[in-house]
Design a protein around this ligand. Structure first.
Ligand SMILES: Nc1ncnc2c1ncn2[C@@H]1O[C@H](COP(=O)(O)OP(=O)(O)OP(=O)(O)O)[C@@H](O)[C@H]1O
Length: 252
């Protein structure tokens, strides 16, 4: 049984045009999967469906074998503990009025997780390479890369089984991006990761498998090294030609 199982999913906003069509893929427990596509291809929409924030117009999404039902509040609360997300912008995603400790503890409070929250926050900060003494500081006292570490600490504090990352390194400068990619790599040892990015270099460094999304359809899936070295679909070839290849080291 796969951890996340997206089967024949279609989606449209309201009565609008199809945004996602016939999408099928899985993310296995412990796997790191990249999702690459141009702006507007439907990446964020797909993540919203995987988070249960939107309901598919057709098809099903299963998490750990159970169909995701955004209308079922108690199963959604269980689910939210297991699936967390990191967004692109480390500036707008953190509440400037809250101290780091409160920000990172927020999922523990809202999901009513029992246990020693202070200790869990310290463990999460430690996991993302931040000093635990930073709990009493405010987001504006940190750089973009550190803020993204805070956002990642908040996402991992309740030890999710699946982490969704939506362009989570795209707003960072190159050297910071490399360090955050390394952080995701280390987190990938303890959780599954669906890493959405138009940054093929970051995907190559992080993800063993990659899905290529064009206008809401998956046009290519495969081993990242293979897809990047011998792309089969013309859209993948165009994407690779258009994106500067960054020196991210070896594919895993
Ligand atoms: N709330 C909405 N209502 C109607 N259409 C929307 C809504 N949100 C997104 N769309 C449309 O859905 C399509 C896919 O958008 P989405 O944000 O999922 O793409 P994306 O691949 O994540 O793009 P980007 O990389 O620019 O964020 C776009 O054409 C967008 O205009």
């Amino acid at each position: 049984m796969s951890l996340l199982d997206v089967a024949q999913v279609d989606f449209a906003y309201g009565r609008g045009r199809a945004i996602l069509s016939g999408l099928s893929f899985v993310v296995e427990e412990g796997e790191t999967v990249g999702l690459v596509g141009e702006s507007g291809s439907g990446k964020t929409t797909l993540l919203r469906l995987a988070l249960g924030l939107q309901r598919p117009s057709g098809g099903t999404i299963r998490f750990d074998g159970a169909v995701l039902d955004p209308g079922d509040r108690s199963s959604m609360r269980q689910f939210r503990r297991q699936v967390q997300v990191v967004f692109q912008d480390p500036y707008s995603s953190l509440d400037p009025r809250q101290k780091v400790g409160a920000i990172v503890a927020e999922p523990l409070r809202s999901l009513r997780v029992s246990g020693d929250h202070r200790r869990m926050v310290e463990q999460a900060l430690d996991a993302v390479g931040l000093d635990t003494g930073m709990v009493d500081r405010y987001p504006h006292q940190f750089s973009g890369g550190q803020r993204q570490r805070i956002a990642i600490a908040r996402a991992v504090v309740c030890r999710p089984r699946l982490l969704l990352a939506d362009e989570a390194v795209s707003a960072l400068d190159l050297s910071t991006r490399l360090r955050i990619v390394e952080l995701f790599k280390s987190l990938g040892h303890t959780m599954s990761l669906l890493f959405v990015s138009h940054d093929i270099g970051a995907v190559a460094a992080l993800c063993r498998r990659v899905l290529i999304l064009e206008k809401g359809r998956i046009v290519e899936v495969g081993d990242t090294a293979q897809v990047l070295s011998t792309p089969q679909h013309p859209y993948t070839r165009r994407l690779l030609d258009a994106v500067p290849r960054l020196a991210f080291g070896e594919t895993p």
